[in-house]
Design a protein around this ligand. Sequence first.
Ligand SMILES: Cc1cc2nc3c(=O)[nH]c(=O)nc-3n(C[C@H](O)[C@H](O)[C@H](O)COP(=O)(O)OP(=O)(O)OC[C@H]3O[C@@H](n4cnc5c(N)ncnc54)[C@H](O)[C@@H]3O)c2cc1C
Length: 523
Amino acid sequence: MSDFDAVILGAGHNGLAAAVHLASKGWKIAVVEAKSSAGGAVKTQELIEPGFRHDLAAMNLSMFAGSAFHHLYAGELAAHGLRFIRATRCFASVFPDGSHLGIGTNAAENTAAIAALSPKDAERFAAMSNEFGSIAPHLFSLLGAPMPSTQSAKTVWRAWRAGSMPLLTDLLRLLLSSPRGFLDRHFRDEKLKAMIAAWGLHLDLPPDAAGGALFSYLETMTNQAFGMVIGAGGADVIIKAMTGLLRAKGGELFLNSPVASVDIVNGRARTVTLADGRKLTAKRAVISNIHPKLLFNGMVPQSTLPRRFVEGLTTYRAGPGAMMIHLTLDDLPDWSASPSLKSYAYVHIAPTLAMMTRVYGEAVSGLLPREPVLVVGQPTALDPSRAPEGKHVLWIQVRVLPAEIRGDAAGEIEATDWASVKDAYAERVLSIIETQAPGLRTRIRGRAVWSPLDLQTENPNLIGGDSLSGSHHLDQNFLFRPVAGFSRYKSPIDGLYMCGAATWPGAGTGAGSGFMLAKMLAG
Ligand SMILES: Cc1cc2nc3c(=O)[nH]c(=O)nc-3n(C[C@H](O)[C@H](O)[C@H](O)COP(=O)(O)OP(=O)(O)OC[C@H]3O[C@@H](n4cnc5c(N)ncnc54)[C@H](O)[C@@H]3O)c2cc1C
């Protein structure tokens, strides 16, 4: 039996952020991870050929770069190898008529491209960009505060003092708006609206989801203001830096160590038992980065849990699934809309709001979408070190898909198990990209296809391939995440805490829950 102040279950970036902060405060820390490497949904591997490095899941590290955790530990993380690469051409959408529209860090260029579609929209976009400076501090303060908390209440108070009722009502309206409602209120051009709304499909926020506007708005404004950030050499650079820093502070990381149970002694979480029988004792806290649906369904005695909490977790919904297609390439896609598209971090193939609505409806009805939303990531356009000279990798995220297949909206694929379906579906995806980048297939050297279920096998937290660890619809966000009354990381069991994407502020690489929880425990 080994004794620690805190045992952290799961080495996702939130668990590691909590570990680093508590170790900095002098706590003796153990992190136990089921898999052979840390990082969860942030991993980089040579998947197909030597010398070609693929971000298996997350590629965009802007949320981490802008996080409060990173601000506090930037120097120490840099000393442990953390380096970012900033894209100045961030994201673009391509359209069936052969045109494109993109956002980069040159605001004048962005506005000019929008003006070519609609001068009125360009005016409105420029005004929105100017207003962002006064709105952003309030929004970031809210997203970086425990929910609910005096800090979040103070944010509302400060917004009222700074801009009185109009600013407060604008913020509230933004928080509640659907992407379509927000975009229709501000813009006329359908391509501009589609380019912005595509971000909603990175989460499970199709055009008509209430509360879905905020993410698309923030991504558009922050990419323009700060650029998009990826890791030098791979997204795992944040994980290597965090594990290096943790070890330097005396923390221990146990890999290949799945948790079997959390044992309750006198009503308090005390001991963690690993699948191989080893036991670790936590004097002050057990912190779980394991999805609460998994933790509280088998690893903790159900009899110790209040009915309200159990019911809340039982009805906590996954978002739809994602699929990843990783390619090694002899050259980047030759985008027919413009050669400049080769230099964008992301190219979205999500041309209309109608299409996004249809894709989401098909996926949640169990159908393979006829034409899914595609996020085509081009990491080697920014970071050539990830592939041999002149060669490339392509990161394709397919959104959104059913975990359990009931049929194919296109009526072409008959199988309904992902092992049989995934390669046929990958062919559909490649054909869609070929309509915008003819000849892509001739550049492909090798490919790896990860179905939603493969993603879950790689990281059990991604239930059904849900990249979000739980839908981000309003009823599961803010103070409802993961269960109303338990959004401040404390579980119903004394000494047992929750962090990770299933807790506020949700999915993404912002390390918010792990860091906020650690600050609540140790200051
Ligand atoms: C395909 C995909 C693409 C994404 N792209 C982006 C992106 O570009 N940018 C972005 O910001 N976000 C992205 N995300 C979301 C983001 O990566 C995740 O929300 C985030 O990394 C989740 O972090 P976490 O700390 O909650 O834990 P996770 O990363 O989910 O890690 C949890 C850890 O717990 C471990 N674990 C589970 N069960 C046990 C057990 N019984 N015992 C021990 N350990 C266990 C797992 O193995 C895992 O290591 C993406 C996600 C996916 C899936």
